[in-house]
Design a binder for this molecule. Structure first.
Ligand code: MRU
Length: 376
């Protein structure tokens, strides 16, 4: 029963495929959801970079997997693998998983070349490494879900829960069931989800379009709310815990995630509600000392000033970024459009990774997490 449920909920977000016309990375085009389930076939690295920039493929763990398969694709095509890895790693700046995935597969490719086994063998090895990364992410999801569920049970033993989430952190953005939304799914399977509050997640509606899509496929009781309505929900005592993902976690435990996450953390602290971040260890970046060092992607202003940016909310060409939508602001209005914000560690009640629960979130704890994951 459990297996059938999981199969039903799982989403074929991304796969690598040998096609009659050559290899390809095939994506479920997330800019078209929830209106249509359309696949986007990327036969080369520029095509995949375009899909990453337009958010056809998105979310930190899936970006890592896409980056890995992108390098494998370049290797299979006989392209310049180092150049491809560089282009992929830099396609978006904030989610550290993207560079991690691309560089990891590049390193596997280079190691075979250095051993003198030639480009064909190196390309085979690159694909193996990308598939391993994909598999490991699915396994990490399963472990995070177990730890996250146990943590919620500790907060509210045996009780049903009203959970609030932001952006989209489910099967659409991981190799498995998801990070934060994966935990929500487990609470639902256990019959303990009283309600899921889904922040719409302006400006690109990842909550309204994608989390609501996953929640309804899973049969959850949920409501979509305007991001600005969260405060009144907390004030009314309607939220038992907040669960979110992460794009990069700095060495001091600062968490970069979809813009709008930080205000939720402030609200949660004010109202004494647990604020839980669920992310794989690949999202931790020990090379970035603090939140101030995290590069936050700035996106086109049209995503804020126009009702557009996505084919599912306006008449647009797939893969396009910005412009040509229904005007929400005077023509030419300047906009502030950071894609992410940074939550300081003192506002994070707990960080759930595949290795367990870090609580409180401190630089020492993060350092230990990183050394454990390197097997030290
Ligand atoms: O701009 P996006 O849609 O790629 O942003 C995604 C997020 O912020 C997610 O919350 C984060 O990557 C975690 S996904 C498990």
């Amino acid at each position: 029963m459990r297996m059938a449920d999981e199969a039903e909920e799982s989403v074929p977000a991304l796969r690598y495929e040998e096609r009659p016309d050559g290899p390809a990375v095939v994506l479920l085009d997330q800019t078209r959801l929830p209106a249509e389930e359309v696949e986007l076939v990327c036969t080369d690295v520029p095509g995949l970079v375009g899909a990453i920039r337009s958010l056809a493929v998105r979310g930190a763990p899936l970006l890592g997997i896409a980056g890995g398969y992108g390098v494998a694709l370049a290797a299979a095509r006989g392209d310049d693998v180092a150049e491809a890895a560089g282009r992929l790693a830099q396609a978006r700046p904030t989610a550290v998983n993207l560079a991690y995935g691309a560089r990891r597969v590049e390193a596997a490719y280079e190691a075979v070349l250095r051993a003198g086994e030639g480009e064909a063998a190196a390309a085979v090895r690159a694909l193996e490494e990308a598939r391993a990364l994909h598999r490991e992410d699915a396994e990490a999801c399963a472990r995070m879900i177990g730890h996250g569920f146990a943590l919620l049970d500790e907060f509210a033993p045996g009780r049903s829960l009203r959970l609030l989430t932001h952006c989209n952190t489910g099967s659409l953005v991981t190799g498995g069931q998801g990070t934060a939304l994966g935990v929500v799914k487990e609470v639902h399977r256990a019959g303990r989800l009283r309600w899921l509050w889904v922040d719409e997640t302006r400006p690109l509606w990842q909550g309204a379009r994608l989390t609501a899509w996953e929640a309804s496929r899973a049969g959850m009781a949920y409501s979509v709310l305007a991001d600005s309505a969260a405060g009144s929900l907390f004030a009314a005592g309607e939220v038992d815990a907040v669960l979110v993902g992460a794009d990069r976690i700095a060495a001091d435990g600062s968490v970069a995630n979809k813009v709008g996450t930080y205000p939720l953390a402030v609200l949660a602290a004010h109202h004494g509600v647990p604020f839980v971040v669920v992310a794989p260890v690949t999202t931790v970046d020990p090379a970035t000392p603090s939140g101030a060092g995290i590069e936050v992607e700035q996106r086109p202003g049209g995503e804020v000033t126009e009702l557009t940016g996505l084919p599912s909310v306006g008449a647009r060409e797939p893969g396009a970024v910005g412009g040509a939508g229904f005007a929400l602001a005077p023509v030419g209005a300047p906009a502030y459009n950071p894609a992410f914000d940074v939550t300081p560690p003192e506002l994070v009640t707990a960080l759930v990774t595949e290795q367990g629960v870090l609580r409180p979130v401190t630089g020492e704890g993060i350092a230990e997490l990183c050394s454990t994951s390197r097997g030290e």
